[in-house]
Design a protein around this ligand. Structure first.
Ligand SMILES: Cc1cc2nc3c(=O)[nH]c(=O)nc-3n(C[C@H](O)[C@H](O)[C@H](O)COP(=O)(O)OP(=O)(O)OC[C@H]3O[C@@H](n4cnc5c(N)ncnc54)[C@H](O)[C@@H]3O)c2cc1C
Length: 328
């Protein structure tokens, strides 16, 4: 007999938007259940171990502009899960601080999930309206019913999920959602037999060519042995996302030769992010899809709403929590 759960608010996605919303909603007294198809927490905050090497292979750092988010970063630093990484590259004027997770970016997500009920490694396959509630069918055969629903997956995946339950999206909102676009990113995680030629602070952002970013996980303090993360540019990644991953990874390693110095790559893995960072975002910090409809409360959040980055995803989660609290 398949198990069925009931919760006040179901959140799809244990990335920054989902976990930030979950904290606000739970603190306001709601029962919250978060479900994520990934094995780890954090979504696009992603870390991987290969042998003795450790990599941040999704988001590399966060910046902080808005007061509440700055206060959140300060609380993460105090909790020991974040620290300032660098403010500017050598020889450049003093810029704004870039913060990193400690020991890896996923530490922030793990911290945010401390008191939250999260089901991992489980995909929500369909969502349907059941009278005044939402019903989610999971890929393990279980079901969840909830009074309110928050979906935080990348928008194209959210549209697919909405279609599984024939959920009627108002035409103006459908058009706004279809406008949103993301760039892809091929991420190479390479173990080296010696130190890189990358200068302090251990990362280089590039404007031209097949590479957009390369970081030295040893210098960053993520890895105990020499290990680099190489991100393909949006254009290169889009062209090669569906090609043989190891072959494409080798092309990026070859393109990075001057930054690797005398070090040789002893092993590498490649990950393809189809939806890496949004390039076209919505103007609102979240979308209350159920507004002015007969649907039970349903909100969408994520970095495609409040801004295409770490900070935007958190703020979108907070905005969605507020919207759902006042939605009936
Ligand atoms: C390569 C790369 C580099 C980046 N670099 C930076 C950077 O340096 N600085 C910065 O600020 N930002 C960076 N970003 C962007 C940043 O990572 C994102 O903006 C942010 O993490 C998005 O969070 P989110 O909660 O909106 O989405 P996500 O993190 O994508 O969370 C959505 C979650 O939903 C889950 N999910 C989706 N569908 C389902 C389903 N059907 N059932 C269950 N679970 C589901 C997914 O598994 C995922 O965990 C980078 C991103 C990438 C990929």
């Amino acid at each position: 007999m398949p198990t069925s759960y009931n919760t006040d608010i179901l959140i799809i996605g244990a990335g920054l938007a989902g976990l930030s919303a979950a904290n606000d909603l739970q603190q306001a007294g709601h029962s919250v259940l978060v479900i994520d198809k990934g094995r780890g927490l954090g979504g696009r905050l992603a870390g991987r171990r290969i042998g003795e090497a450790t990599f941040d292979h999704g988001a590399q750092f966060m910046t902080a502009r808005e007061p509440r988010f700055k206060a959140a970063v300060a609380s993460w630093i105090e909790a020991g899960v974040a620290e300032e990484w660098y403010s500017s590259y050598p020889g450049q004027p003093n810029g704004h601080p870039r913060y990193r997770g400690v020991p890896t970016m996923t530490a922030v997500a793990k911290h945010l999930a401390t008191d939250i009920d999260v089901m991992r490694n489980i995909r929500v396959e369909t969502i349907t309206q059941q009278q005044t509630q939402w019903r989610a069918e999971l890929d393990n055969g279980e079901t969840v019913t909830a009074n309110k629903l928050l979906i935080t997956s990348p928008v194209p995946q959210t549209l697919d999920l909405l279609a599984t339950g024939n959920i009627a999206v108002p035409a103006d909102k459908q058009a706004r959602l279809e406008r949103i676009e993301y760039e892809s990113c091929i991420a190479v995680m390479a173990i080296l037999d010696g130190p890189t030629a990358i200068e302090v602070p251990g990362a280089i952002a590039m404007e031209d060519g097949p590479i957009s970013w390369i970081s030295d996980n040893l210098q960053k303090g993520v890895s105990e042995i020499p290990a680099v993360t190489i991100h393909g540019s949006g254009e290169f990644s889009a062209q090669h996302l569906d090609h043989d991953r190891m072959e494409i990874g080798q092309q990026l390693i070859d393109a990075a030769a001057q930054y690797l110095g005398n070090a040789r790559v002893t092993d590498y893995q490649v990950h393809g992010w189809r939806y890496s960072k949004p390039t076209i975002v919505d103007d609102d910090p979240c979308m209350l899809l159920s507004e002015a409809t007969e649907l039970p409360p349903l909100a969408l959040a994520g970095d495609a709403f409040a801004g295409p980055r770490f900070e935007g995803a958190v703020q979108s989660g907070w905005a969605a929590a507020k919207a759902l609290m006042s939605a009936n």
